[in-house]
Design a protein around this ligand. Structure first.
Ligand SMILES: Cc1cc2nc3c(=O)[nH]c(=O)nc-3n(C[C@H](O)[C@H](O)[C@H](O)COP(=O)(O)OP(=O)(O)OC[C@H]3O[C@@H](n4cnc5c(N)ncnc54)[C@H](O)[C@@H]3O)c2cc1C
Length: 510
């Protein structure tokens, strides 16, 4: 069904389940419910994968550092899900060798006990011994899945031979494997399309929000026309990520489930740094234990991330202070490589929907997920709190199981080994600026594009990799507009809108 047909169908037929939020957790749950024959509608107030899910560090990872918090269940689950992502979506999730430069031998030994006693505000830098023990556990969690090789430790001499630009003050490097999600935006869309293929019982709309309730009816707003309409679901899944509490408030529920933190990244065009890291992610911490990553992304380098508690999840930006911090951190590990602000081709920020806690250090807040249940009259509302990109499938499965039990339906199929997008759609995507007219037309027809920026920021990596210039943006608007029936004015307005978003949110000036 196209957008119009979906909107019309809702007038005569309400879904059993309404999912609010088209990030990875909403979409993952949508796919699982669709697979099990549940009549489901997903609404996303903006574009699919435009919230926290678009701002991630693109790592499919267990989170080795959470072992220090004693979060063994979380890390085991995430390692297993990382392996499943590599196996089920091989064209979009690749094994990622990850190297930790280590500057000390014994430091950090007390982190874990001090955390347990609640006496640790800022963890000390982890030394070789702590990292070794962590990696032994990490490898063990992989069990029989063997999607990636085991870790290796290398001494200073061997490390410097391999990475001549590394800081000579290191004493070891440790290399282990995680997963690289090449395009979280595309992976999310593949899941949307997989759900759609299950039949007309799976409907979804981007640019539609949940805006209120009227008795036992949910009020939805078409963000393109401003029109509102009502549906009567039996169950609501609030997958609004950092906006969970706000969304609950719009339907009269007073919750305080998330304590969001902001994280930013830069994408750099620095060929020397790109060459120095090879195909490895460099993953390390600064002196106060905060995590830094330097990440190979095609021919560019991505650097992140910060972890700053915030109140307002809207309008977060990568600040100049964060840029200074990232540049300083690169210097700590690769001191002879110069990074200049002019090399930044893209910046982005997002908000982690972490469970609300009184922890003093943002890095110590759990990344685990859980479902909170409230009632709106007779209608249960499940709020999906916390979680990592990596564990979306498991979180979606847990949500689906609970929904099936509530609806009195059996589970017919599960997603543990289900391929995503069958690899076919993802492989068709060309990751270069050289798209043909026909490819853009096909995307316009099949991929729910509403605005030019949907194409530039999320259906392709053009913005992300710094490949845009003004004439390319105009050409894309022209081609997209032909397929979507835009007149000359609309094409120009879309160019203005895209250029404003690029400048405002990502500091890309064209
Ligand atoms: C900086 C950063 C780095 C991260 N790095 C990693 C990583 O490397 N690996 C990893 O595994 N995880 C990572 N994460 C965590 C991961 O990205 C998030 O936990 C996950 O994406 C959350 O997904 P979500 O679907 O719950 O939320 P979101 O993706 O935010 O989706 C919620 C959606 O709800 C929509 N919405 C809000 N209100 C309404 C409404 N009223 N009606 C309709 N729609 C609404 C929003 O527009 C949004 O699109 C990172 C997160 C951040 C911010």
């Amino acid at each position: 069904m196209n957008r119009y047909e979906t909107l019309v169908s809702l007038k005569s037929h309400s879904p059993s389940v309404l999912i609010v939020g088209g990030g990875i957790n909403g979409v993952g749950t949508f796919r699982d419910l669709a697979l099990n024959g549940v009549d489901t509608l997903l609404v996303e107030r903006s574009d699919f994968c435009s919230g926290a899910s678009a701002a991630s560090s693109r790592m499919a990872h267990g989170g080795i550092r959470y072992l220090e918090n004693g979060e063994f269940r979380l890390v085991r689950e995430a390692v297993q899900e990382r392996n499943r992502m590599i196996q089920n979506a091989p064209s979009l999730v690749k094994p990622l060798p990850t190297t930790i430069p280590i500057f000390k031998l014994l430091s950090g030994l007390l982190n874990s006990p001090l955390k347990f006693m609640g006496w640790l505000e800022k963890p000390a830098e982890r030394g070789a011994l702590v990292i070794k023990v962590g990696l032994i556990f990490y490898d063990a969690f992989t069990g029989k899945q063997r999607a990636v090789p085991r870790h290796v430790f290398e001494n200073r001499t061997r490390s410097l031979k391999k990475y001549p630009h590394l800081n000579p003050a290191i004493c070891y490097t440790a290399t282990y494997y995680d997963g690289l999600i090449l395009s979280p935006e595309r992976l999310t869309l593949e899941l949307v399309f997989d759900a759609e293929k299950e039949g007309d019982h799976a409907r979804e709309l981007n640019y539609v929000s949940l805006s209120g309730v009227n008795g036992n009816k949910a009020i939805l707003k078409d963000e393109l026309t401003g029109e509102t309409f009502e549906i009567q679901p039996k169950l609501i899944v609030n997958a609004a990520g950092p906006w969970i509490d706000r969304t609950n408030r719009t339907i009269g529920l007073d919750s305080h489930y998330v304590g969001p933190t902001k994280g930013s990244h830069l994408v750099l065009n620095n060929p020397q740094l790109r060459e120095a890291i090879g195909d490895h992610e460099f993953f390390f911490e600064n002196k106060d234990g905060r995590i830094v990553l330097i990440f190979p992304l095609f021919d560019k380098v991505m650097i992140g991330t910060s972890d700053i508690p915030i109140e307002d999840p809207d309008n977060v930006r990568c600040t100049e202070e964060e840029v200074d911090y990232f540049i300083e951190m690169v210097g700590r590990v690769f001191p002879d490589i110069k990074v200049a602000r002019e090399q930044i081709v893209y910046r982005f920020s997002g908000v982690r929907p972490l469970a609300y806690t009184r922890a003093k250090n943002a890095g110590q807040i759990t990344r685990d997920h859980h479902i909170q249940e409230d009632k709106l009259g007779d209608i249960p509302v499940y709020s999906l709190v916390g979680g990592k990109w990596t564990s979306f499938r498991a979180f979606s499965e847990q949500t689906t199981d609970r929904a099936l039990t509530f609806l009195g339906m059996p589970r017919k199929a599960d997603t543990k080994t289900l391929p995503i997008g069958a690899g076919a759609n993802a492989a068709a995507l060309r990751q270069t600026p050289d798209f043909t007219y026909d490819e853009i037309t096909a995307m316009a027809e099949c991929e729910k594009i509403v605005h030019l920026d949907d194409l530039l920021l999320r259906r392709t990596l053009l913005a992300y990799l710094g490949q845009l210039n003004r004439s390319l943006v105009e050409q894309m608007s022209d081609w997209l507009g032909d397929a979507l029936g835009w007149d000359g004015k609309r094409k120009k307005d879309e160019v203005t809108r895209a250029i404003e978003i690029l400048a405002d949110k990502h500091q890309v000036r064209l």
